[in-house]
Design a protein around this ligand. Structure first.
Ligand code: SAM
Length: 858
């Protein structure tokens, strides 16, 4: 079957995909399924004949639906791949050979149902398509009359054309019930329709002309066409559902403009033609030459004649007026309009589209249109166009609102979107009419909760209601509501970000595994931030930062309180107790204190190890505790990595490594041991160390335009954004950057925690085995019954066994070639355990690669 390549993608609709999914060979399957759903003819059929069956989807449906052991025979010009429980062959259904073959397959049987979905080379000229389609239908009907059982069903596809009525008439002569239907899966753009003819009358004798296309489709007079309607409503073009005019297979029609002047039916001409030309041939058309020279034949007229199909009402009138003037000039006598009230007066050319023919000609009359009528019509047109514009606008508004609501429901609206969109329905400056909202946590939570109600209200509101309410509502109310929504949505946005973070998810899973109660992430409420001294929450924040998620919401609050290391989660509870065993004492690389430091460094940019348990530390201002307040002041807009307050709790020291770790010089002196790991911090440290800056200077520097910002009432998303981009830029020296780079390189060179853990586990197992071995061998050695030789043999046996247990045998994976019965889904026959399916191509490729590798070796 020829498929138009053009628009091929657009043809891939849901039925296409459904067919693919269900394993039908064509989407056409659904047509039969839907037809059968409506008329249930398959269930009761024991024998079916499918005419034009390739690729076979109807046969598949029939095989599925008809009772077991039914006879299904399909024929097509194209080959049909075998379908279980069916018979198919290749032939032309119009041929006698095909009839004979069907007879051979059916033997004495009669078909309960004959289906026909034939489509001859669709895509060529429409009229030809329709005709051959109708011929096919007649051919299939012929076969049906021969092979159908009395009371049988005939289902056929018919292309809507002027002949379909004739076909319907024929069907009605042969069947008790004839219904025309178009199943939903048949595309609307397609002219195909289906006839389900039930109750075959099985006449004993039939006039052969009955099914002869030449007789069946004999011409019938068609009704007169309303040309005026065609011309005066040019925009309402009808599709050529009935195909082209007989003998007229071109779509472009043009005549000389002079013909238009001479014609008695100018309206028809304007409706039918594409162009009026002024091309004069050599032997010349005098009328055309004269017309070409007329002053009335203006440039505008010529332009209008160029393409009649794009003209509107106004242009058609212009052409008709021009025609009348030309006729007047050429001395065509206008026929006295006896039939219009006997008046002979000429109608004003411009006032109406009335046209009159040459004396004695048959004239197509168009009702005269007087000034008043014209005016009324113009007013109506204007009104129509205005209301159309309004309707369009209203529709657009509604759609936008709907979209907004849906997006809000789906949490797709980001804060910036909201601002922009709010500018529409809430007023052009809605973003700038935001009012301060009490940022107190309690109130805030209510607000957050309120936003859902607000958005629900928004959702249920009809656009019209919205408009009315919008007018009635106080502007302040609008602002409040909008801000509430903004805040609420922002909360949501933050939460979603949080949830999306795989790191956080992993952390939660870890916590769950440890049996710790998962803390619900509440967003970055100021209240929370202020009260947040809880160590685990701080850990959350640090992990967030590591993810690239900056928690500016906490600015102005203490960012990096260190929680006890056990809680921080470097090791799971089980792992921690596991590694605390004595056996790990001397294993290098298992220093969790170090590890925590590394993580901490990564998080905060400052590596801190407390010298004394309760000491409060500052990254930069190391020694002067009085600087605390000054440093805190600047935190809202400072890089946290530069200045961080780190609190440690006494119980932190319970970590064994901490106590055993050799203390640094700073620690022994009671000063905090601070390792600087960001280039900015290093630059500052250098500056301090080299005396380029002083503590006081540093503190002074922290009073800048970024400190003491009035953040009250500002939306959180705005603060977040500000925090990211509007902050002091600290200088970084090349030496500091190089030092940090070197440091990080050294850090990165260390194996990751998992590797260290795995190695340690391995060592542990080996040590345990050794321990057992020692015990056994000492038992053996002490046993007095055995001779020395026997003892030695047993010990070496034990040693060999211990060695073996260390090496795990990998289970072999069977490789199965995907050919023959192994090609389908599921486990290949006779294969147990793990297997890997390979196809011939893959196998060949692998072999090829091996060969190439071998060649290269040589
Ligand atoms: C729309 S397809 C049929 C699809 C089929 N019902 C199915 O479900 O797979 C139309 C088929 O009519 C076949 N056809 C057209 N003219 C034919 C003819 N004279 N004899 C047999 N088959 C014909 C074409 O080869 C084409 O495969």
């Amino acid at each position: 079957m020829a498929i138009q390549k053009k628009n091929a993608k657009a043809r891939l609709d849901k039925y296409y995909y459904l067919a693919k999914e269900k394993g039908y060979r064509a989407r056409a399957a659904f047509k039969l399924i839907q037809l059968n759903k409506k008329y249930s003819f398959l269930q009761n059929s024991r024998c079916l004949l499918d005419l034009c069956a390739a690729p076979g989807s109807w046969m598949q449906v029939a095989a599925e639906t008809m009772p077991m052991k039914s006879l299904i025979v399909g024929v097509d010009l194209s080959p049909i791949k075998p379908i279980p429980r069916t018979i198919s062959f290749q032939d032309d259904i119009t041929s006698d050979k095909c009839r004979a073959t069907i007879r051979g397959h059916l033997k004495s049987w009669k078909a309960d149902t004959v289906v026909h979905d034939g489509a001859p080379n669709v895509g060529t000229a429409w009229v030809q398509d329709a005709f051959s389609q109708n011929e096919l239908v007649l051919a299939s009907l012929k076969l049906a009359t021969e092979f159908l059982a009395p009371d049988g069903t005939f289902v056929t596809k018919v292309f809507r054309s002027k002949d379909s009525a004739k076909l319907e008439w024929i069907f009605k002569q042969l069947f008790a019930k004839v219904e025309q239907t178009k199943p939903p899966s048949s595309r609307n753009v397609s002219a195909e329709t289906f006839y389900v003819c039930r109750g075959f009358k099985a006449p004993k004798h039939m006039d052969p002309r009955f099914l002869d296309p030449r007789h069946a489709f004999a011409e019938v007079e068609t009704a007169a066409v309303n040309n005026e309607a065609k011309v005066f409503n040019p925009e309402k073009k009808k599709r050529k559902r009935e195909g082209y005019e007989e003998g007229d297979y071109t779509q472009f029609h043009e005549v000389a403009a002079s013909e238009f002047i001479q014609t008695g039916d100018p309206i028809k001409m304007l409706g039918d033609l594409n162009r009026l030309h002024f091309n004069q041939e050599n032997n010349g058309d005098i009328a055309l030459a004269a017309l070409d020279k007329l002053p009335e034949t203006t440039e505008e007229i010529r332009l209008c004649c160029q393409d009649l199909k794009v003209l509107g009402r106004k242009e058609f009138k212009l052409l008709l007026r021009w025609r009348l003037k030309a006729r007047e000039r050429f001395g065509f006598r206008e026929k006295k309009t006896d039939h219009v009230g006997g008046s002979a007066e000429k109608k004003a050319a411009g006032a109406s589209a009335a046209t009159k023919g040459v004396a004695g000609e048959e004239v197509a009359m168009v009702e005269p249109m007087d000034e008043e009528l014209k005016l009324l019509e113009d007013i109506q047109t204007m009104k129509d166009s205005q209301s159309k514009v309004e309707r369009k606008k209203r529709k657009k508004d509604n759609e936008r609102r709907q979209k907004e609501v849906v997006r809000m429901q789906m949490n797709m609206v980001t804060p910036s979107d909201i601002g922009i969109e709010a500018g529409g329905p809430e007023g052009s400056d809605a973003t700038f009419r935001l009012k301060d909202v009490d940022k107190d946590g309690g109130v805030r939570k209510q607000i957050v909760r309120g936003r859902m109600i607000a958005s629900q209200a928004l959702e249920t509101k009809k656009p019209e209601d919205e408009d009315e309410e919008g007018e009635a509502e106080d502007e302040d109310e609008d602002g409040d509501q909008l801000e509430r929504e903004l805040d609420g949505m922002y909360e949501d946005y933050q939460e979603r970000l949080e949830q999306r973070s795989t790191k956080v998810a992993a952390k939660r899973a870890r916590m769950k595994a440890r049996g710790e109660e998962e803390e619900e992430f509440e967003g970055f409420d100021e209240e929370d931030a202020g009260a947040e001294t809880d160590a685990s929450s701080d850990a959350d924040l640090m992990e967030d930062e590591e993810d690239g998620y900056e928690s500016e919401g906490e600015r102005g609050e203490i960012m990096t309180n260190l929680q006890p290391r056990e809680q921080k989660g470097e090791l799971s509870g089980r792992a921690a107790s596991f590694f605390q065993q004595d056996i790990f004492k001397d294993i290098p690389g298992l220093d969790d204190a170090e590890e925590s430091e590394v993580e901490l460094e990564r998080d905060s940019g400052v590596d801190v190890a407390s010298g004394s348990p309760s000491q409060e530390l500052k990254a930069v201002d190391i020694s002067d505790p009085d600087q605390d307040d000054e440093m805190d002041i600047d935190q809202p807009y400072e890089n946290e990595s530069d200045i961080e307050e780190v609190k440690t709790k006494p119980d932190e020291e319970s970590w064994e490594e901490r106590t055993t770790r050799p203390k640094s010089a700073a620690e022994t002196e009671g000063r905090p041991n601070i390792d600087i790991i960001t280039a900015e911090a290093m630059t500052l440290a250098h500056a301090l160390a080299t005396g380029k800056t002083t503590k006081t200077q540093l503190a002074d520097d922290n009073f800048n335009k970024y400190s003491h910002r009035d953040t009250d009432g500002l939306p959180e998303w705005f603060l977040d954004d500000e925090g990211k981009h509007s902050r002091a830029q600290r200088p970084v020296t090349a030496a500091a950057a190089a030092a940090i780079k070197e440091k990080l390189r050294a850090l990165n060179a260390r194996p990751i925690k998992k590797v260290r853990e795995a190695k340690a586990r391995k060592t542990f197992r080996a040590a345990r085995r050794l321990e057992k071995l020692k015990k056994k061998s000492s038992d053996l050695a002490e046993g007095s019954e055995l001779s020395e030789k026997e003892k030695a043999a047993s010990i070496s046996g034990l040693m060999a066994k211990a060695k073996k247990t260390g090496v795990k045998k990998r289970k072999s994976v069977k490789v199965v070639k995907a050919v023959g019965h192994n090609k389908g889904a599921g486990r290949p026959r006779g294969v147990k355990g793990k297997y890997k399916m390979v196809d011939a191509r893959l196998k060949k490729d692998v072999r090829g690669e091996k060969r190439a590798a071998k060649r290269n070796k040589r």
